[in-house]
Design a protein around this ligand. Structure first.
Ligand code: ADP
Length: 202
């Protein structure tokens, strides 16, 4: 990460700790970092898991790539540098939400391993769950819910992950989510089962 630009800033510690917040909420914050090709199912799974968690009274929050590009990241495009900055910012936001006690679900292609690792490094050990939505490029392209692959193949979208831009698959993801031949609920259940197994939910 780049050096901090400002000189005369001092970190102001809190009077209230994360542990105290979590004791009130009765849950531990974490980040489930969904990564995978466009149309692999990240947003759909994140939204379904969010809904199922809320039904169990779990405090949760979804950070969605496209949505954040409308505001926080409206100045960023899809070059490797802009993608890195995009992930750096959303990684910081995810960390803040997790620190507030939320189970955060992020839905970013996040194609570069180094960028994902930097987001992981912001969280305490065990609180970053890299979830590889391992839908094959062929299946994503066959789905093409937004017509983006068609446009990318026609050369109308440059820097499109999987077509004209790289995707570095995770090598040691905590969780591999399958969607091919699975319903959305089956994929969402894979995430919930992991959260259950690691004591984040009951
Ligand atoms: P991403 O956020 O990765 O770009 P989306 O969630 O926007 O992907 O789109 C995934 C598409 O795949 C949706 O049209 C969804 O209905 C479909 N789909 C089919 N099976 C699944 C599954 N098991 N999990 C998630 N999405 C699925």
């Amino acid at each position: 990460m780049a050096e901090t630009k400002s000189q005369n800033i001092h970190f102001h510690g809190a009077n209230v700790t994360r542990d105290e917040r979590e004791a009130i909420l009765g849950q531990r914050g974490c980040v489930v970092w969904l990564t995978g090709f466009s149309a692999s199912g990240k947003s759909t799974i994140a939204r379904r898991v969010e809904q199922l968690l809320l039904e169990q009274d779990v405090y949760t929050y979804v950070l969605d790539g496209d949505n954040l590009r409308f505001k926080l990241n409206k100045d960023l495009g899809f070059s490797a540098t802009d993608r890195a900055e995009n992930i750096r910012r959303v990684g910081c936001v995810a960390e803040l939400f997790a620190d507030s006690g939320a189970i955060v679900l992020t839905a970013f292609i996040s194609p570069y391993r180094a960028d994902r690792d930097a987001a992981r490094a912001l969280l305490p050990a065990g609180r970053f769950i890299e979830a590889f939505v391992a839908t094959s490029l062929e299946a994503c392209e066959a789905r093409d819910p937004k017509g983006l692959y068609k446009k990318a193949r026609a050369g109308e979208i440059k820097e499109f992950t999987g077509i004209s831009d790289p995707y570095e698959a995770p090598e040691a993801a905590e969780l591999i989510v399958n969607t091919e031949g699975k319903t959305v609920d089956e994929s969402a259940e894979q995430v919930l089962a992991h959260l259950r197994a690691h004591g984040f939910i009951k």
